[in-house]
Design a protein around this ligand. Structure first.
Ligand code: AMP
Ligand code: FE
Ligand code: FE
Ligand code: ZN
Length: 283
């Protein structure tokens, strides 16, 4: 069993890189990808630990991107670096994305304060390490009693439909795909279910367009996917000649219902051949 989608506390997970390596060993995960949002800091720290413990660790990244002129609000793109470490230029670009978060976070604080939420950026940043994201804001809103759950934090304050919502800079998906490729990585569509299509023909067409833009793989196995979704995405992968990928999207305590390796209610058991398949398409 392998898991190619996980987050450490360097982005919005709660496990340190070392704790995540330990957990993977404990749970019998044979290969683990750390795919933090916008940073390799978690992977970099975990690598020597994984090597000393004999865990195969895959370098990954997850990027939030946008698609102008469509109803899709955001596309999460995974990049896997299977044969070589990411190019230095790409790391510099990630620093710019993190800078864009800082700017958004300041505007979000202003917006929340205007709505009577007594919150300070420093207390949110205390929870984050390399970067501070909305999940960190959610934790502060819960701690301070403004909401009682993550869902409520996003519904009332942080989500796209909340009045206090503010946008952050996000690259176009086409640019992000190209940047991953240029950096020596394999671009893979994360959790396609979250694109939010109800019309499956439109969904398939959209994924076909990403494929034309250079997408090479699709996350067929994911905690949010029901068996019927997995079957549908496997069909799309085969039709468009996209590599199949999969992972739990483990975030630790902030998403306690999701287990490393086995996903949501044990809905995942991803064979090692999936990783070999990704390696093969990248050649
Ligand atoms: P950010 O990148 O800082 O804008 O935060 C985005 C992250 O917030 C995503 O990766 C999710 O982990 C989380 N998130 C976004 N929308 C929701 C939601 N409605 N409920 C819970 N978590 C969410
Ligand atoms: Fe996340
Ligand atoms: Fe995601
Ligand atoms: Zn993720």
């Amino acid at each position: 069993m392998i898991d190619l989608h996980s987050h450490t506390n360097e982005s919005d997970g709660t496990f340190t890189p070392g704790e995540l390596v330990d957990l993977a060993m404990e749970r019998g995960v044979e290969a683990l990808a750390i795919s933090d949002h916008d940073t390799f800091a978690g992977f970099d720290q975990a690598l020597p630990l994984a090597q000393s413990r004999g865990l195969e660790l895959v370098c990954g990244i997850e990027l939030s991107t946008r698609v102008p002129g469509t109803r899709v609000r955001t596309v999460h793109l995974l990049g896997y670096f299977l044969h070589q470490p990411p190019a230095a230029e790409f790391r510099k670009w990630l620093d710019e994305l993190i800078e864009g978060r800082r700017d958004r976070n300041q505007r979000l604080i202003t917006s929340l304060r205007e709505r009577g939420v007594d919150i300070d950026l420093r207390e949110v940043e205390k929870l984050g390490r390399t970067l501070t994201g909305r999940p960190h804001f959610a934790r502060v809103l819960i701690q301070k009693g403004y909401v009682s759950s993550f869902d409520e934090a996003f519904r009332n304050y942080l989500g796209e439909s909340a009045p206090s919502y503010v946008e952050r800079f996000a690259p176009y998906v086409v640019e992000a795909i190209q940047r991953v490729v240029d950096a020596g990585g394999l671009p893979v569509l994360a959790h396609p279910i979250r694109l939010g299509f109800r019309d499956y023909d439109a969904e398939e067409k959209f994924i076909g367009e990403l494929r034309d833009a250079g997408l090479r793989g699709i996350e067929v196995f994911h905690s949010d996917h029901r068996p019927a979704d997995m079957a549908r995405y496997a069909g799309i992968a085969s039709k468009y000649n996209l590599a199949v990928s999969g992972g739990s999207d483990f975030h630790g305590e902030v998403k306690p219902q999701i287990s490393l390796g086995t996903g949501y209610n044990g809905n995942l058991n991803i064979p090692k051949s999936v990783l070999e398949g990704l390696r093969a398409v990248q050649g």
